[in-house]
Design a protein around this ligand. Structure first.
Ligand SMILES: NC(=O)c1ccc[n+]([C@@H]2O[C@H](COP(=O)([O-])OP(=O)(O)OC[C@H]3O[C@@H](n4cnc5c(N)ncnc54)[C@H](O)[C@@H]3O)[C@@H](O)[C@H]2O)c1
Length: 374
């Protein structure tokens, strides 16, 4: 008789920690491998363009039904799906709900889960807590960008915004550049800067300096990592940016149009940003609908207004596999933009699941012994 039993592994957040989800050095290596796989084109993301970031549940501005939520700051549901080939060969989905009011309830702003599926049968392999998978993969990306795009002898990093995401970004950048000498940090909330240092000091043995202004933080930096949230985008003036600097934008920032026109731009995968562009055009509010939250909102607008030729934007995957050259000289200023690829969650989620299997971590859950109807 055929064995039709379907079982998958459940991993709680604690399980993912035991399986190594917080190992940033490993995460940078896995995400680097993922960029090489997507550089070869061996991946699919959702939608007919095969490159959608995800599909979002937008809530209406005005009350329609008693229980239907209305729009609020950072309030959404989102599903990010992908197939990732190469050594991964797996499908994955990250699904999350986000509501800024969660903080008052002692919950993170967004609550995420990751599901992995067998590519042949579609059966679930794992259902796992996704908050740490997501934060770590997000941080690893500027680490990989730093590996390929920063100056060889980069010594100073500027951290703009001292939230969870920049903690992960900094760990990855320090791994990519072990010879760093100082880390300058700036947050509009001083208390958060202090907390950041407290949280990071044990893991990062580099001198920390708190900057009094954004300008002070950016000047003299060889690598800048921006991950702020809220309505006050950091506004970075051209003359503050040192020759040879790499700016990584994980959250949004205001750079001048001139800066984008004059300097090199590398994206995690520009095809995904083009899909955002199309989605923006299809949305009833037009491109404004993506301007406030998409890290490339400004770039997309410039492309739309024909102020920027999108052909000048390189992809990190092409650079990782050596098809395109990243940095060409020590003076070049480069902006790296990342919007978050579903393939990152699939890659890091799959790695953590594999480690859990090796270590016997997680709880098996049965879907059925025999499917009732088939
Ligand atoms: N690209 C991706 O894959 C990806 C994934 C997840 C999150 N993100 C983005 O990363 C960003 C940071 O997320 P988080 O969870 O760490 O947020 P957070 O709210 O925990 O921290 C953000 C910090 O930025 C500070 N801040 C706000 N405006 C600032 C300004 N103008 N200058 C300096 N500091 C400022 C806040 O005080 C806060 O401490 C968000 O924009 C989020 O959307 C990107």
């Amino acid at each position: 008789m055929i064995d039709s039993r379907v079982e998958f592994t459940f991993l709680s957040e604690e399980d993912t920690i035991e399986a190594g989800v917080l190992d940033m050095n490993e995460c940078v290596e896995v995400i680097d491998e993922m960029f090489k796989v997507i550089g070869q084109g061996d991946y699919l993301m959702g939608g007919p363009r095969e490159n959608e970031h995800g599909i979002m549940l937008w809530f209406p501005e005005n009350k329609r039904f008693e229980n239907m939520p209305i729009a609020g700051p950072d309030r959404r549901f989102m599903s990010l799906i992908s197939y990732l080939g190469g050594k991964f060969n797996v499908c994955g989905e990250k699904w999350y709900g986000s509501n800024i009011a969660n903080r008052e309830k002692g919950l993170p702003r967004s609550i995420l889960t990751v599901t992995l599926n067998d590519v042949e049968t579609g059966q679930p392999l794992a259902y796992m807590s996704g908050n740490l998978i997501s934060a770590m993969r997000t941080g690893a990306v500027p680490g990989v960008a730093t590996r390929y795009l920063a100056q060889k002898d980069a010594k100073t990093v500027a951290v703009v915004g001292t939230g969870v995401i920049n903690k992960a970004c900094l760990l990855a950048i320090v791994y990519a550049k072990p010879d760093l000498e100082r880390i300058k940090i700036f947050d509009i909330n001083e208390e958060r800067s202090r907390k950041f240092i407290e949280d990071m000091e044990n893991d990062v043995e580099v001198e920390f300096q708190v900057s009094n202004s954004l300008e002070q933080c950016i000047r003299e930096a060889d690598v800048v990592t921006v991950a702020t949230s809220g309505p006050n985008k950091p506004k970075i003036e051209d003359e503050w940016v040192k020759e040879g600097c790499l700016i990584t934008l994980t959250g949004t920032a205001d750079l001048t149009e001139q800066f984008y026109q004059d300097n090199s731009i590398v994206a995690d995968n520009w095809k995904m940003h083009e899909a955002w562009y199309q989605d923006g055009l299809d949305h009833p509010k037009g491109l404004e609908s993506i301007a406030s939250w998409a890290p490339t909102g400004q770039l997309i607008k410039m492309v739309h207004e024909k102020k920027l030729n999108p052909n000048k934007i390189l992809n990190l995957g092409d650079i990782a596999i050596g098809d395109k050259q990243g940095r060409t000289n020590n003076k070049e200023k480069i902006v790296f933009v990342t919007g978050g690829l579903s393939t990152e969650d699939t890659a890091w989620g799959y790695h953590v699941y594999q480690q859990a299997k090796k270590k016997g971590i997680g709880r098996p859950l049965k879907l059925w012994d025999q499917p009732h109807w088939y």
